[in-house]
Design a protein around this ligand. Structure first.
Ligand code: SGN
Ligand code: CA
Length: 531
Protein backbone atom coordinates (compact mmCIF):
# COMPACT_ATOMS: atom_id res chain seq x y z
CA UNK A 1 0.00 0.00 0.00
CA UNK A 2 1.41 3.38 -0.89
CA UNK A 3 1.86 6.06 1.72
CA UNK A 4 -1.04 8.12 0.55
CA UNK A 5 -3.46 5.18 0.81
CA UNK A 6 -2.24 4.00 4.20
CA UNK A 7 -2.58 7.59 5.45
CA UNK A 8 -6.07 7.68 4.02
CA UNK A 9 -7.12 4.44 5.76
CA UNK A 10 -5.56 5.61 8.99
CA UNK A 11 -7.62 8.77 8.79
CA UNK A 12 -10.82 6.79 8.17
CA UNK A 13 -10.09 4.51 11.12
CA UNK A 14 -9.33 7.51 13.29
CA UNK A 15 -12.57 9.14 12.24
CA UNK A 16 -14.51 5.95 12.95
CA UNK A 17 -12.99 5.63 16.41
CA UNK A 18 -13.59 9.30 17.08
CA UNK A 19 -17.20 9.32 15.89
CA UNK A 20 -17.82 6.08 17.76
CA UNK A 21 -16.60 7.79 20.88
CA UNK A 22 -18.79 10.74 20.19
CA UNK A 23 -21.65 8.38 19.61
CA UNK A 24 -20.89 6.62 22.87
CA UNK A 25 -20.66 9.87 24.80
CA UNK A 26 -23.77 11.50 23.49
CA UNK A 27 -26.03 8.48 23.26
CA UNK A 28 -24.93 6.11 25.95
CA UNK A 29 -22.86 7.48 28.71
CA UNK A 30 -24.33 10.93 29.17
CA UNK A 31 -27.24 10.49 31.53
CA UNK A 32 -30.67 11.95 31.08
CA UNK A 33 -31.73 14.10 33.99
CA UNK A 34 -35.12 14.46 35.64
CA UNK A 35 -35.02 17.03 38.40
CA UNK A 36 -38.18 16.73 40.50
CA UNK A 37 -38.92 19.58 42.86
CA UNK A 38 -42.05 19.91 44.95
CA UNK A 39 -43.13 23.01 46.81
CA UNK A 40 -43.12 22.88 50.63
CA UNK A 41 -42.82 19.10 50.91
CA UNK A 42 -41.13 18.30 54.18
CA UNK A 43 -39.29 15.19 55.38
CA UNK A 44 -41.90 14.59 58.10
CA UNK A 45 -44.26 13.66 55.24
CA UNK A 46 -42.03 11.19 53.39
CA UNK A 47 -41.84 7.60 54.60
CA UNK A 48 -38.22 7.13 53.51
CA UNK A 49 -37.48 9.63 56.31
CA UNK A 50 -39.58 7.68 58.82
CA UNK A 51 -42.78 9.74 58.51
CA UNK A 52 -45.37 8.81 61.08
CA UNK A 53 -48.05 10.45 58.95
CA UNK A 54 -47.99 8.97 55.44
CA UNK A 55 -46.60 6.30 53.12
CA UNK A 56 -44.91 7.61 50.00
CA UNK A 57 -43.84 4.41 48.21
CA UNK A 58 -42.94 6.08 44.93
CA UNK A 59 -40.85 8.88 46.40
CA UNK A 60 -39.23 6.26 48.61
CA UNK A 61 -38.43 4.21 45.53
CA UNK A 62 -36.06 6.96 44.39
CA UNK A 63 -34.31 6.87 47.77
CA UNK A 64 -34.27 3.07 48.06
CA UNK A 65 -32.96 2.54 44.56
CA UNK A 66 -30.37 5.28 44.96
CA UNK A 67 -29.15 7.49 47.77
CA UNK A 68 -30.98 9.34 50.53
CA UNK A 69 -29.43 12.42 52.11
CA UNK A 70 -30.38 12.78 55.77
CA UNK A 71 -28.71 16.13 56.35
CA UNK A 72 -29.72 18.19 53.34
CA UNK A 73 -30.45 21.88 53.77
CA UNK A 74 -31.52 24.99 51.90
CA UNK A 75 -29.65 28.27 52.10
CA UNK A 76 -32.83 30.38 52.44
CA UNK A 77 -36.12 28.62 53.21
CA UNK A 78 -38.56 30.24 50.82
CA UNK A 79 -39.73 29.45 47.33
CA UNK A 80 -38.25 31.78 44.69
CA UNK A 81 -34.90 32.18 46.45
CA UNK A 82 -34.55 28.46 46.85
CA UNK A 83 -35.26 27.81 43.17
CA UNK A 84 -32.75 30.46 42.16
CA UNK A 85 -30.11 28.76 44.33
CA UNK A 86 -30.85 25.32 42.88
CA UNK A 87 -30.57 26.59 39.30
CA UNK A 88 -27.47 28.75 39.75
CA UNK A 89 -25.49 26.99 42.49
CA UNK A 90 -25.07 30.42 44.10
CA UNK A 91 -26.36 32.06 47.26
CA UNK A 92 -29.23 34.58 47.16
CA UNK A 93 -27.02 37.65 47.54
CA UNK A 94 -25.15 36.57 44.39
CA UNK A 95 -28.02 35.29 42.20
CA UNK A 96 -30.14 38.31 43.12
CA UNK A 97 -33.26 36.56 44.48
CA UNK A 98 -33.35 37.19 48.22
CA UNK A 99 -37.08 37.00 48.73
CA UNK A 100 -40.26 36.09 46.85
CA UNK A 101 -40.62 39.59 45.44
CA UNK A 102 -37.29 39.65 43.57
CA UNK A 103 -37.22 38.97 39.84
CA UNK A 104 -34.75 36.36 38.60
CA UNK A 105 -32.28 37.70 36.06
CA UNK A 106 -32.53 35.05 33.33
CA UNK A 107 -29.37 36.30 31.61
CA UNK A 108 -27.18 34.86 34.32
CA UNK A 109 -25.46 31.48 34.16
CA UNK A 110 -27.76 28.58 35.03
CA UNK A 111 -27.72 24.81 35.18
CA UNK A 112 -30.18 24.53 32.29
CA UNK A 113 -28.29 26.92 30.07
CA UNK A 114 -25.01 25.05 30.65
CA UNK A 115 -26.66 21.71 29.91
CA UNK A 116 -28.31 23.14 26.81
CA UNK A 117 -24.98 24.44 25.50
CA UNK A 118 -23.48 21.02 26.15
CA UNK A 119 -26.03 19.42 23.83
CA UNK A 120 -28.88 18.49 26.16
CA UNK A 121 -32.50 19.05 25.22
CA UNK A 122 -33.74 21.04 28.20
CA UNK A 123 -37.29 21.49 29.45
CA UNK A 124 -39.11 23.11 32.35
CA UNK A 125 -42.56 21.80 33.28
CA UNK A 126 -44.66 23.06 36.20
CA UNK A 127 -44.07 25.65 38.90
CA UNK A 128 -41.39 28.13 37.95
CA UNK A 129 -42.11 31.04 40.31
CA UNK A 130 -39.13 33.17 39.34
CA UNK A 131 -41.14 35.95 37.72
CA UNK A 132 -38.99 36.45 34.60
CA UNK A 133 -39.44 34.36 31.45
CA UNK A 134 -37.63 30.99 31.67
CA UNK A 135 -34.32 30.97 29.79
CA UNK A 136 -32.03 28.12 28.83
CA UNK A 137 -34.92 25.77 28.04
CA UNK A 138 -35.83 24.35 24.63
CA UNK A 139 -39.32 23.65 25.93
CA UNK A 140 -41.20 25.25 28.79
CA UNK A 141 -44.73 24.98 30.07
CA UNK A 142 -45.15 26.71 33.41
CA UNK A 143 -47.75 27.83 35.92
CA UNK A 144 -48.16 31.57 36.33
CA UNK A 145 -46.97 32.62 39.82
CA UNK A 146 -48.14 30.15 42.46
CA UNK A 147 -50.54 28.49 39.97
CA UNK A 148 -53.97 26.98 40.69
CA UNK A 149 -54.77 23.46 41.92
CA UNK A 150 -57.90 23.12 39.79
CA UNK A 151 -58.15 23.94 36.08
CA UNK A 152 -54.88 25.88 36.07
CA UNK A 153 -53.49 28.19 33.42
CA UNK A 154 -50.16 27.17 31.91
CA UNK A 155 -47.85 29.47 29.96
CA UNK A 156 -45.64 28.48 27.04
CA UNK A 157 -43.77 30.68 24.57
CA UNK A 158 -47.00 30.63 22.53
CA UNK A 159 -49.18 32.10 25.27
CA UNK A 160 -51.46 31.10 28.13
CA UNK A 161 -53.83 28.12 28.00
CA UNK A 162 -56.28 26.98 30.67
CA UNK A 163 -56.38 23.22 31.18
CA UNK A 164 -59.17 21.24 32.74
CA UNK A 165 -58.10 19.00 35.60
CA UNK A 166 -55.84 18.77 38.63
CA UNK A 167 -52.48 20.47 38.65
CA UNK A 168 -50.29 17.57 39.82
CA UNK A 169 -51.71 15.27 37.15
CA UNK A 170 -51.51 17.89 34.43
CA UNK A 171 -47.86 18.66 35.19
CA UNK A 172 -47.14 14.94 35.01
CA UNK A 173 -49.07 14.54 31.73
CA UNK A 174 -47.02 17.36 30.20
CA UNK A 175 -43.78 15.89 31.54
CA UNK A 176 -44.55 12.47 30.05
CA UNK A 177 -45.53 14.01 26.72
CA UNK A 178 -42.31 15.98 26.64
CA UNK A 179 -40.23 12.87 27.27
CA UNK A 180 -42.18 10.87 24.67
CA UNK A 181 -41.68 13.58 22.04
CA UNK A 182 -38.06 14.31 22.90
CA UNK A 183 -35.30 14.78 20.38
CA UNK A 184 -33.77 11.31 20.53
CA UNK A 185 -30.49 12.50 19.10
CA UNK A 186 -29.77 14.24 22.42
CA UNK A 187 -29.86 13.40 26.12
CA UNK A 188 -32.61 15.30 27.92
CA UNK A 189 -32.69 17.32 31.13
CA UNK A 190 -36.12 18.06 32.50
CA UNK A 191 -37.22 20.14 35.46
CA UNK A 192 -40.47 18.58 36.65
CA UNK A 193 -41.54 21.04 39.33
CA UNK A 194 -44.78 20.60 41.25
CA UNK A 195 -47.00 23.19 42.85
CA UNK A 196 -48.10 20.68 45.50
CA UNK A 197 -48.08 20.51 48.45
CA UNK A 198 -48.15 24.34 48.63
CA UNK A 199 -50.86 26.23 50.49
CA UNK A 200 -53.93 26.07 50.24
CA UNK A 201 -53.52 22.27 49.97
CA UNK A 202 -56.43 21.30 47.71
CA UNK A 203 -56.52 17.51 47.16
CA UNK A 204 -57.32 15.83 43.86
CA UNK A 205 -60.94 14.85 43.15
CA UNK A 206 -60.18 11.12 43.51
CA UNK A 207 -58.61 11.65 46.93
CA UNK A 208 -61.19 14.00 48.44
CA UNK A 209 -62.24 12.92 51.91
CA UNK A 210 -59.84 9.94 51.93
CA UNK A 211 -58.33 10.93 55.31
CA UNK A 212 -61.54 12.30 56.91
CA UNK A 213 -61.69 9.48 59.42
CA UNK A 214 -58.05 9.56 60.45
CA UNK A 215 -56.93 11.56 63.47
CA UNK A 216 -53.28 12.34 62.89
CA UNK A 217 -50.91 12.52 65.87
CA UNK A 218 -50.01 16.02 67.03
CA UNK A 219 -46.30 16.78 66.94
CA UNK A 220 -44.70 16.87 70.41
CA UNK A 221 -43.99 20.57 70.09
CA UNK A 222 -47.49 21.64 68.96
CA UNK A 223 -48.07 23.50 72.24
CA UNK A 224 -44.61 25.09 72.36
CA UNK A 225 -44.64 28.22 74.56
CA UNK A 226 -41.36 29.55 73.00
CA UNK A 227 -39.78 29.85 76.43
CA UNK A 228 -36.16 30.99 76.25
CA UNK A 229 -36.29 31.63 72.51
CA UNK A 230 -35.79 34.98 70.70
CA UNK A 231 -38.55 37.53 70.15
CA UNK A 232 -38.51 36.49 66.46
CA UNK A 233 -39.93 33.13 67.47
CA UNK A 234 -42.62 34.66 69.62
CA UNK A 235 -43.64 37.34 67.08
CA UNK A 236 -44.09 35.24 63.94
CA UNK A 237 -47.49 34.94 62.31
CA UNK A 238 -47.58 31.32 61.19
CA UNK A 239 -49.56 29.51 63.85
CA UNK A 240 -51.96 26.77 62.84
CA UNK A 241 -54.56 28.25 65.19
CA UNK A 242 -54.47 31.50 63.18
CA UNK A 243 -55.02 29.87 59.78
CA UNK A 244 -57.76 31.40 57.65
CA UNK A 245 -61.20 29.84 58.19
CA UNK A 246 -61.94 30.34 54.52
CA UNK A 247 -58.89 29.82 52.29
CA UNK A 248 -57.08 27.30 54.55
CA UNK A 249 -59.90 25.55 56.38
CA UNK A 250 -62.26 25.60 53.38
CA UNK A 251 -65.20 26.84 55.41
CA UNK A 252 -67.82 29.03 53.77
CA UNK A 253 -67.88 31.96 56.18
CA UNK A 254 -69.27 35.50 55.82
CA UNK A 255 -66.21 37.19 57.20
CA UNK A 256 -62.56 36.17 57.64
CA UNK A 257 -61.36 36.84 61.17
CA UNK A 258 -57.95 35.13 61.21
CA UNK A 259 -54.60 36.70 60.28
CA UNK A 260 -53.37 33.58 58.43
CA UNK A 261 -49.88 35.07 58.12
CA UNK A 262 -51.06 38.25 56.45
CA UNK A 263 -53.96 40.16 57.95
CA UNK A 264 -54.05 42.51 54.93
CA UNK A 265 -54.74 39.75 52.46
CA UNK A 266 -58.34 39.17 51.36
CA UNK A 267 -58.43 35.45 52.09
CA UNK A 268 -62.19 35.20 51.80
CA UNK A 269 -62.39 36.53 48.26
CA UNK A 270 -59.35 34.39 47.29
CA UNK A 271 -61.15 31.34 48.63
CA UNK A 272 -64.29 32.27 46.71
CA UNK A 273 -62.25 32.67 43.53
CA UNK A 274 -60.58 29.29 44.03
CA UNK A 275 -63.85 27.55 44.92
CA UNK A 276 -65.70 29.10 41.99
CA UNK A 277 -62.79 28.23 39.70
CA UNK A 278 -63.85 24.60 40.00
CA UNK A 279 -66.43 23.21 37.60
CA UNK A 280 -69.90 22.29 38.84
CA UNK A 281 -68.93 18.62 38.96
CA UNK A 282 -65.72 19.33 40.86
CA UNK A 283 -67.60 21.51 43.37
CA UNK A 284 -70.13 18.76 43.91
CA UNK A 285 -67.39 16.25 44.73
CA UNK A 286 -65.76 18.86 46.94
CA UNK A 287 -68.95 19.62 48.87
CA UNK A 288 -69.61 15.90 49.36
CA UNK A 289 -66.21 15.51 50.97
CA UNK A 290 -66.24 18.61 53.18
CA UNK A 291 -69.74 19.77 53.97
CA UNK A 292 -70.79 17.23 56.59
CA UNK A 293 -67.61 17.87 58.63
CA UNK A 294 -68.05 21.62 58.09
CA UNK A 295 -71.53 21.44 59.55
CA UNK A 296 -70.39 19.43 62.56
CA UNK A 297 -67.64 21.97 63.12
CA UNK A 298 -70.04 24.93 62.97
CA UNK A 299 -72.40 23.26 65.44
CA UNK A 300 -69.59 22.40 67.87
CA UNK A 301 -68.45 26.04 68.26
CA UNK A 302 -64.97 24.99 69.34
CA UNK A 303 -62.58 27.40 71.02
CA UNK A 304 -59.02 27.42 72.40
CA UNK A 305 -57.07 24.18 72.29
CA UNK A 306 -59.94 22.22 70.73
CA UNK A 307 -60.21 24.70 67.89
CA UNK A 308 -56.44 24.58 67.31
CA UNK A 309 -56.54 20.79 67.16
CA UNK A 310 -59.47 20.80 64.74
CA UNK A 311 -57.58 23.20 62.49
CA UNK A 312 -54.48 21.02 62.68
CA UNK A 313 -56.47 17.96 61.60
CA UNK A 314 -58.04 19.70 58.62
CA UNK A 315 -54.70 21.20 57.62
CA UNK A 316 -52.77 17.98 57.89
CA UNK A 317 -55.37 15.84 56.07
CA UNK A 318 -55.39 18.22 53.12
CA UNK A 319 -51.61 18.67 53.08
CA UNK A 320 -51.03 14.91 53.14
CA UNK A 321 -53.53 14.27 50.36
CA UNK A 322 -51.73 16.73 48.10
CA UNK A 323 -48.52 14.80 48.92
CA UNK A 324 -50.30 11.52 48.09
CA UNK A 325 -51.08 12.85 44.64
CA UNK A 326 -47.44 13.86 44.12
CA UNK A 327 -46.42 10.37 45.14
CA UNK A 328 -48.91 8.72 42.76
CA UNK A 329 -47.79 10.92 39.89
CA UNK A 330 -44.08 10.47 40.51
CA UNK A 331 -44.95 6.76 40.45
CA UNK A 332 -46.46 7.21 36.97
CA UNK A 333 -43.30 8.94 35.83
CA UNK A 334 -40.99 6.24 37.22
CA UNK A 335 -43.12 3.53 35.59
CA UNK A 336 -42.93 5.37 32.30
CA UNK A 337 -39.13 5.45 32.52
CA UNK A 338 -39.13 1.69 33.22
CA UNK A 339 -41.33 0.88 30.24
CA UNK A 340 -39.43 3.18 27.92
CA UNK A 341 -36.15 1.54 28.98
CA UNK A 342 -34.87 4.86 30.31
CA UNK A 343 -34.49 4.10 34.04
CA UNK A 344 -30.93 2.87 34.00
CA UNK A 345 -29.38 5.89 32.36
CA UNK A 346 -31.57 8.62 33.84
CA UNK A 347 -30.65 10.53 36.99
CA UNK A 348 -33.79 11.21 39.00
CA UNK A 349 -33.43 13.83 41.72
CA UNK A 350 -36.22 14.26 44.24
CA UNK A 351 -36.25 17.35 46.40
CA UNK A 352 -38.43 20.21 47.60
CA UNK A 353 -37.78 23.95 47.64
CA UNK A 354 -37.54 23.64 51.42
CA UNK A 355 -39.16 21.85 54.32
CA UNK A 356 -42.31 22.91 56.19
CA UNK A 357 -43.87 22.89 59.63
CA UNK A 358 -46.60 20.32 60.09
CA UNK A 359 -47.67 21.71 63.43
CA UNK A 360 -44.20 21.64 65.05
CA UNK A 361 -43.90 24.67 67.37
CA UNK A 362 -47.61 25.18 66.61
CA UNK A 363 -46.72 26.33 63.07
CA UNK A 364 -47.28 25.93 59.38
CA UNK A 365 -45.07 27.60 56.67
CA UNK A 366 -41.24 27.71 56.68
CA UNK A 367 -38.61 30.57 56.75
CA UNK A 368 -36.98 29.76 60.11
CA UNK A 369 -33.63 27.99 60.30
CA UNK A 370 -35.05 25.17 62.42
CA UNK A 371 -34.67 21.66 61.11
CA UNK A 372 -38.24 21.22 59.78
CA UNK A 373 -37.98 24.05 57.22
CA UNK A 374 -34.20 24.43 56.85
CA UNK A 375 -34.03 20.75 55.91
CA UNK A 376 -35.34 19.45 52.61
CA UNK A 377 -35.93 15.91 51.37
CA UNK A 378 -33.21 14.83 48.95
CA UNK A 379 -33.02 11.48 47.17
CA UNK A 380 -31.17 10.72 43.95
CA UNK A 381 -31.37 7.61 41.80
CA UNK A 382 -29.04 6.74 38.96
CA UNK A 383 -28.89 2.93 38.69
CA UNK A 384 -26.09 2.97 36.18
CA UNK A 385 -23.66 4.64 38.55
CA UNK A 386 -25.10 4.67 42.08
CA UNK A 387 -25.67 1.61 44.21
CA UNK A 388 -29.14 1.14 45.67
CA UNK A 389 -29.86 1.80 49.33
CA UNK A 390 -27.17 4.34 50.16
CA UNK A 391 -27.63 6.85 52.95
CA UNK A 392 -25.46 9.90 53.55
CA UNK A 393 -25.15 11.90 56.77
CA UNK A 394 -22.93 14.51 55.17
CA UNK A 395 -23.99 18.15 55.34
CA UNK A 396 -25.27 18.89 51.85
CA UNK A 397 -27.19 21.82 50.40
CA UNK A 398 -29.48 22.82 47.55
CA UNK A 399 -26.45 24.82 46.45
CA UNK A 400 -24.83 21.50 45.49
CA UNK A 401 -27.49 20.35 43.02
CA UNK A 402 -26.33 22.28 39.95
CA UNK A 403 -22.65 21.31 40.33
CA UNK A 404 -23.64 17.68 40.95
CA UNK A 405 -25.77 17.41 37.83
CA UNK A 406 -23.16 19.16 35.69
CA UNK A 407 -20.54 16.77 37.02
CA UNK A 408 -22.59 13.70 36.08
CA UNK A 409 -23.32 15.23 32.67
CA UNK A 410 -19.59 15.65 32.04
CA UNK A 411 -19.86 19.45 31.92
CA UNK A 412 -17.14 21.49 33.59
CA UNK A 413 -18.41 23.04 36.83
CA UNK A 414 -17.92 26.81 36.54
CA UNK A 415 -15.53 28.15 39.16
CA UNK A 416 -18.02 30.75 40.35
CA UNK A 417 -20.60 28.16 41.42
CA UNK A 418 -20.57 28.03 45.22
CA UNK A 419 -21.86 24.51 45.74
CA UNK A 420 -19.91 21.24 45.63
CA UNK A 421 -20.52 18.17 43.50
CA UNK A 422 -22.04 15.26 45.42
CA UNK A 423 -20.82 12.78 42.82
CA UNK A 424 -18.12 11.27 44.98
CA UNK A 425 -20.36 10.86 48.01
CA UNK A 426 -22.91 9.23 45.75
CA UNK A 427 -20.42 6.77 44.34
CA UNK A 428 -18.70 5.81 47.54
CA UNK A 429 -21.50 4.34 49.55
CA UNK A 430 -22.39 5.17 53.10
CA UNK A 431 -20.29 8.02 54.34
CA UNK A 432 -20.95 9.94 57.46
CA UNK A 433 -19.67 13.19 58.78
CA UNK A 434 -16.94 11.42 60.75
CA UNK A 435 -15.66 9.33 57.87
CA UNK A 436 -15.49 12.29 55.58
CA UNK A 437 -14.12 14.71 58.16
CA UNK A 438 -11.58 16.90 56.49
CA UNK A 439 -12.77 15.96 53.02
CA UNK A 440 -16.14 17.57 53.08
CA UNK A 441 -17.60 20.79 54.51
CA UNK A 442 -18.30 20.63 58.21
CA UNK A 443 -20.79 23.45 58.43
CA UNK A 444 -23.56 25.04 56.38
CA UNK A 445 -24.47 28.70 56.11
CA UNK A 446 -28.03 30.09 56.07
CA UNK A 447 -29.51 33.55 55.41
CA UNK A 448 -33.23 34.43 55.35
CA UNK A 449 -34.33 37.94 54.24
CA UNK A 450 -38.08 38.41 53.77
CA UNK A 451 -38.95 40.96 56.48
CA UNK A 452 -40.82 43.13 57.33
CA UNK A 453 -42.72 42.86 54.02
CA UNK A 454 -44.29 39.69 52.80
CA UNK A 455 -45.87 36.94 54.79
CA UNK A 456 -45.67 35.45 58.27
CA UNK A 457 -43.52 38.11 60.01
CA UNK A 458 -40.32 36.19 60.45
CA UNK A 459 -37.30 38.36 61.29
CA UNK A 460 -34.29 38.24 59.02
CA UNK A 461 -31.59 35.93 60.28
CA UNK A 462 -28.39 34.20 59.39
CA UNK A 463 -26.83 31.19 60.98
CA UNK A 464 -24.48 28.25 60.89
CA UNK A 465 -25.14 24.56 61.46
CA UNK A 466 -22.48 21.99 62.15
CA UNK A 467 -23.06 18.30 62.66
CA UNK A 468 -23.94 18.97 66.28
CA UNK A 469 -24.71 22.66 66.83
CA UNK A 470 -26.76 25.44 65.36
CA UNK A 471 -26.18 29.14 65.98
CA UNK A 472 -28.77 31.66 64.75
CA UNK A 473 -28.50 35.45 64.70
CA UNK A 474 -31.67 37.52 64.30
CA UNK A 475 -29.59 40.52 63.43
CA UNK A 476 -32.30 43.22 63.23
CA UNK A 477 -33.12 42.65 66.87
CA UNK A 478 -29.65 41.39 67.74
CA UNK A 479 -30.82 38.20 69.41
CA UNK A 480 -28.99 34.89 69.27
CA UNK A 481 -29.96 31.26 69.71
CA UNK A 482 -27.76 28.21 70.16
CA UNK A 483 -28.95 24.61 70.04
CA UNK A 484 -27.19 21.36 70.77
CA UNK A 485 -28.89 19.15 68.19
CA UNK A 486 -27.59 15.92 69.74
CA UNK A 487 -29.22 16.67 73.09
CA UNK A 488 -32.07 18.82 71.84
CA UNK A 489 -33.08 17.78 68.31
CA UNK A 490 -36.42 19.61 68.58
CA UNK A 491 -34.65 22.91 69.28
CA UNK A 492 -36.57 23.91 72.39
CA UNK A 493 -33.67 24.74 74.67
CA UNK A 494 -31.74 27.86 73.66
CA UNK A 495 -28.36 27.53 75.40
CA UNK A 496 -26.79 30.68 73.96
CA UNK A 497 -26.54 32.40 77.35
CA UNK A 498 -25.40 29.27 79.19
CA UNK A 499 -21.96 29.90 80.75
CA UNK A 500 -20.74 26.39 79.94
CA UNK A 501 -21.40 27.00 76.25
CA UNK A 502 -19.30 30.12 75.80
CA UNK A 503 -16.38 28.32 74.16
CA UNK A 504 -18.80 26.79 71.65
CA UNK A 505 -20.38 30.19 71.05
CA UNK A 506 -16.97 31.66 70.20
CA UNK A 507 -16.12 28.80 67.85
CA UNK A 508 -19.44 29.06 66.05
CA UNK A 509 -19.31 32.84 65.72
CA UNK A 510 -15.92 32.41 64.21
CA UNK A 511 -17.25 29.77 61.82
CA UNK A 512 -20.17 32.02 60.88
CA UNK A 513 -17.81 34.83 60.04
CA UNK A 514 -15.59 32.47 58.01
CA UNK A 515 -18.59 31.26 56.03
CA UNK A 516 -19.67 34.83 55.33
CA UNK A 517 -16.19 35.46 53.94
CA UNK A 518 -16.18 32.23 51.97
CA UNK A 519 -19.51 32.94 50.30
CA UNK A 520 -18.97 36.68 49.98
CA UNK A 521 -21.96 37.59 52.17
CA UNK A 522 -20.17 40.16 54.25
CA UNK A 523 -22.48 43.17 53.96
CA UNK A 524 -23.95 44.09 57.30
CA UNK A 525 -27.64 44.12 56.42
CA UNK A 526 -28.67 45.95 59.55
CA UNK A 527 -27.57 49.21 57.98
CA UNK A 528 -29.40 48.56 54.68
CA UNK A 529 -32.97 49.26 53.74
CA UNK A 530 -35.10 46.32 54.74
CA UNK A 531 -36.39 44.71 51.61
C1 SGN B 1 -48.09 32.57 49.69
C2 SGN B 1 -48.67 31.91 50.92
C3 SGN B 1 -47.76 32.03 52.10
C4 SGN B 1 -46.41 31.49 51.73
C5 SGN B 1 -45.91 32.23 50.51
C6 SGN B 1 -44.59 31.79 50.02
N1 SGN B 1 -49.93 32.46 51.20
O1 SGN B 1 -47.99 33.94 49.85
O2 SGN B 1 -48.30 31.31 53.16
O3 SGN B 1 -45.50 31.61 52.77
O4 SGN B 1 -46.83 32.03 49.45
O5 SGN B 1 -44.62 30.45 49.63
S1 SGN B 1 -51.20 31.97 50.36
O6 SGN B 1 -52.31 32.15 51.27
O7 SGN B 1 -51.26 32.83 49.19
O8 SGN B 1 -51.02 30.62 49.95
S2 SGN B 1 -43.56 29.99 48.63
O9 SGN B 1 -43.53 28.54 48.66
O10 SGN B 1 -43.98 30.50 47.35
O11 SGN B 1 -42.31 30.58 49.10
CA1 CA C 1 -42.03 26.61 48.88
Amino acid sequence: MNNFLSGYYFLIILLMVFSNNLFATSFQSRPNIIFIMTDDHTKQAMSAYGSRLIDTPNLDRIANEGIRFDKSFVTNAICSPSRAVALTGKYSHINGVKDNRDIFDGKQQTLQQLLQSAGYQTSMIGKWHLKSKPTGFDIWNILPGQGAYYNPDFITDKGTVKHHGYVTELITDFALETIAQRDKSKPFAMMYFHKAPHRNWMPDIDDLGAFNNIDFPLPDTFFDDYHGRSAAVKNQDMRVEDMYSSFDMKLHVDKETNTGGNAEWDALSEWNTVYNGMTKGQRLAWDNAYESDNKKFKDAKLTGVELAIWKYQRYIRDYLLTVKSVDDNVGRLLKYLDTAGLSNNTIVVYTSDQGFYLGEHGWFDKRFMYEESFGMPLAIRYPKMIKAGLVSDDLVMNLDLAPTLLDFAGVKIPADMQGLSLKEIMQNGRLDAKQTAGEWRDSVYYHYYEFPHGWHSVNRHRGVRTDRYKLIHYYDINEWELYDLDLDPKELNNIYADKKQQATVVLLKNELSNLRQLYGDVTDHTDQKTN
